[in-house]
Design a protein around this ligand. Structure first.
Ligand code: GLC
Length: 653
């Protein structure tokens, strides 16, 4: 059909009517929402004209893929998708380098690549690229827009999707609008929030929390030369955009469509809850934010329906879920499953799956259309956003529990083998977040670099040093010899096995597939030294990646272990999006059991979060099961799970 259209030369006409149809179907709601917010019909039609221009400029291949996506709106609700997020420079030098590494990404089974911020940003005032100076220019050391287009096209040929950050809450102070605002141009001044004195800023400060209380306290920055305050929720060089000005919205939508036309498939809406400010409120998640996101969704559905919106809402579940909105009037296609991520690490530190079961229960009860992005680690710190009301029932108090978690993951208490650093350690509130790679948090750094990779014997008497801490007293290992390194690798794989069992799109953090540990070299770079998030943003170590085929290495064990899990996830029907998912009581506080059922298919996942051998006291009297990772056939009753072990059991009748 497509080929026929092209050969008849009627392509343009054809797309025109497709566009008109999409537009007409959405116009009422689109206009109503825009007018409700801005009450400016001229600017509404100006936006519509500009949308049409971007549609006309969109490559035919992208338009075709948009049509495919429209025909298969569930295309991203599949257990085939596996993501990886990476920094272009750390991973491969520049954009062309990434293109040369696509074979490697394919070997990682990755078909969704999140390229961390790569747009033009001032050196030394960039927040890892989240301070954009020009939305139409690639950072010069990374390449050009043409390189980006070539990369996205190459990815599409391999059926890989490309994700990028759309930093819409703020621009860099060096952005052209900011410069013109500083030069006194009124129209540009109204695109930001300027105040001559502290009167209004002080009113905001009363109700607006701080994002970076220690490294960038307050929500405003004094500009000495201009003698004015400017709103800067994040770093002082990131000026908040004022979306009350419809020009800001219209022009930012132009930037969105421009980037979509470069072949981007997934737009990560950075810091989206912050985009509307209102005195007397927290200026987070206000109703106007939802109107703006809904407008953006409509614009995308008209111009580039193949492009997905991924909302970055790093908040508690009650705040996250509204960004999906209703199934009839959706906002984001996907959202980060942030509470599950934080609760996972809480479970590692407490070896108690109670809270995790509760959290998974909440997620599993949501409509199946909602797609979560699941992850263990990302480029940011871990904020301990847990359900403290629930923990209180167990006598666990928020303040002390955060202290414990931060102590545990720094390796200070709780028999921890984790390594990492605090982030934004606030001496006033005592609050802090945590940074470290998955491998370091699982003990691979300690076992590999601190000389504790000793083999311990099977009997408790022979267990020494670190291993003794892990084993406790009176416990024996389930195998003849388990080194702390083996145990760390197993813990790392267990967490991935559990991650892959959740419904949604799993996104790996680049380097995790080879167990990359913390990188402390950021401390030597004055531009990064203040920001411990760089500890887990280290350079990809390709020497490690060269070892993935050597079965005796850490990398070989992790890589092949992950590969097996990913294959199961892709191939087994019970992993599909519409499966019924629940957790089952194992009568052991450290062992999580997840069940996925689809039709007659049933798979159980068992995950032991503690360093002792445990038994999952499940009693599934419905036939025999096959361990999908070892081939063993057995009953799903009283299943022994070694320390930090895991298994997938499939019912075979
Ligand atoms: C998001 C990013 C974070 C950045 C912030 C400001 O939260 O994930 O890295 O610092 O936005 O843009």
């Amino acid at each position: 059909m497509k080929a026929c259209c092209r050969s008849l030369g009627c392509e343009v006409l054809n797309y025109e009517s497709i566009y008109e149809e999409r537009f007409a179907a959405r116009l009422d709601e689109f206009k109503w929402l825009y007018m409700e917010l801005y009450d400016n019909e001229d600017l509404f039609w100006e936006l519509c004209d500009s949308m049409r221009t971007y549609f006309d400029a969109r490559h035919t291949e992208l338009k075709e893929s948009d049509r495919d996506c429209e025909a298969h709106p569930d295309w991203y609700r599949t257990s085939d998708l596996l993501g990886m997020m990476l920094y272009i420079d750390s991973f491969a030098g520049d954009i062309r380098g990434v293109k040369e590494r696509l074979d490697y990404l394919e070997r990682c089974n990755v078909n969704y690549v999140h390229l961390m911020p790569f747009l033009d940003t001032p050196k030394g005032a960039s927040d890892g690229g989240y301070a954009v100076a020009d939305f139409r220019k690639v950072r010069s050391d990374l390449g050009t827009m043409e390189d980006l287009e070539e990369l996205t096209a190459a990815c599409h040929r391999r059926k890989m999707n490309v994700c990028m950050d759309f930093v819409m809450n703020h621009t860099s102070q060096e952005h052209a609008w900011a410069r013109r605002a500083r030069a006194g141009e009124e129209e540009y001044r109204s695109r930001y929030f300027f105040y001559p004195d502290r009167r209004i800023p002080d009113q905001y400060e009363r109700t607006v929390p701080q994002v970076f209380p220690t490294v960038a306290p307050g929500n405003f920055t004094w500009l000495e030369e201009e003698q004015t305050w400017v709103m800067t929720t994040f770093y002082p060089y990131q000026w908040d955009l004022n979306y009350r000005n419809p020009r800001v919205f219209n022009e930012m939508m132009g930037e969105f469509l421009f980037l979509a036309n470069k072949g981007i498939d997934i737009m990560r809406l950075d810091a989206v809850p912050y985009i509307w400010k209102e005195l007397g409120t927290t200026s987070r998640n206000l109703p106007q934010v939802h109107t703006l996101v809904r407008l953006m969704r409509i614009i995308g559905e008209i111009v580039c329906p193949g492009v997905l919106l991924l909302g970055e809402v790093v908040m508690e579940p009650e705040k996250v879920v509204p960004y999906f909105d209703t199934v009839e009037k959706p906002e984001c296609h996907m959202l980060y499953n942030v509470t599950t991520m934080a609760t996972t690490w809480h479970t590692v530190a407490t070896r108690n799956v109670g809270l995790l079961r509760h959290q998974l229960g909440l997620v599993n009860a949501l409509p199946k259309q909602y797609v979560f992005l699941n992850y263990l680690r990302c480029h940011d710190d871990i904020g301990w956003g847990l359900d403290y009301e629930k923990l209180k029932e167990e006598g666990i108090e928020e303040y002390w529990h955060k202290k414990y978690l931060n102590g545990y993951f720094q390796g200070h208490c709780g028999g921890s083998v984790s390594r990492g650093e605090l982030y934004n350690d606030d001496p006033v509130t005592g609050d802090a977040r945590f940074c470290g790679t998955t491998a370091s948090m699982c003990g691979i750094e300690k076992a590999g670099f601190e000389g504790s990779a000793v083999t311990c014997s099977s009997e408790k008497d022979g267990i020494e040093g670190e291993a003794a801490v892990l084993c406790g007293s009176g416990k024996i290992w389930s195998e003849d010899a388990v080194t702390p390194m083996d145990l760390a690798i197993r813990k790392d794989l267990m967490l991935h096995a559990y991650l892959l069992m959740q419904t949604g799109i799993p996104v790996l953090y680049s380097g995790d597939e080879v167990g990359q540990v913390n990188d402390y070299s950021y401390k030597d770079d004055p531009e990064k030294a203040d920001d411990s998030r760089y500890i887990h943003r280290g350079r990809m170590n390709w020497e490690l990646a060269d070892q993935i085929d050597c079965p005796d290495t850490v990398q070989g064990k992790l890589f092949s272990g992950l590969n097996r899990l990913e294959t199961v996830r892709r191939e087994e029907k019970a992993f599909s999006f519409d499966a019924r998912v629940r957790t089952i009581d194992t009568w052991d506080e450290s062992v999580l059991c997840m069940e996925r059922c689809l039709g007659d298919e049933k798979i159980l996942g068992l995950f032991n979060f503690c360093e002792y051998d445990r038994t999952a006291w499940i009693n599934e009297a419905d036939g025999m099961y096959e361990n999908l990772l070892t081939g063993e056939v057995r009953e799903a009753k009283g299943v022994d799970i070694p320390a930090c072990g895991y298994c997938y059991l499939k019912r075979i009748g």
